[in-house]
Design a protein around this ligand. Structure first.
Ligand code: ZN
Length: 161
């Protein structure tokens, strides 16, 4: 069957950035499974996979707007070292969760440490990037009633509960 809304899709992929560096991958032994049509994956990839069938191999290029969004420099801040209540020495590349005034949780990463303070960046690590996916569709099946009610796929490569 072809990929459409209410389908559960299993696929293997390699994700490369514009320069060809591998950012992420899932091979056929440990593929990724999702419920199509529920924004489980970035919009550009979901659109690119629609209509594909098992066995298909395709390349999908996703612009930042259809991927993880554009970078927002307002999400980059310099804060004082003293604000970090941690026993672990701070290092560039460390990631941690913060809570904003509205209570939403964000993942932020330390991108620089200088005399002036610690630079933290709350943009998604892939924001602003063009994403090049090489995809192999492994399986397409009808979602179960339970999966549709939950809004996500169940089983290997998806939710377990
Ligand atoms: Zn569930």
């Amino acid at each position: 069957m072809q990929i459409a809304d209410r389908c559960v899709v299993t696929f293997a992929y390699t994700l490369r950035d514009a320069a060809g560096a591998v950012l992420d991958q899932a091979d056929a032994a440990e593929p990724f499974t999702y419920l199509h049509g529920r924004n489980s994956i970035v919009p550009g990839l979901e659109r690119g996979l629609a209509g594909q069938a098992p066995g298909a191999r395709c390349k999908v290029t996703v612009t930042p707007q259809d991927g993880y969004g554009m970078r927002d420099e307002k999400l980059v801040q310099v804060v004082a070292r003293e604000q970090f209540d941690t026993e672990t020495p701070l290092a560039v590349g460390m990631q941690f969760h913060t809570r904003d005034e509205g209570g939403a949780v964000h993942m932020v990463a330390i991108t620089a440490i200088t005399e002036a303070g610690v630079t933290i960046d709350a943009n998604h690590p892939l924001a602003g990037q063009t994403l090049n996916f090489d995809v192999e569709i492994l399986d397409v099946r009808q979602a179960t009633a339970e999966e549709l009610a939950h809004g996500h796929a169940h089983g290997p490569g998806a939710h377990h509960h």
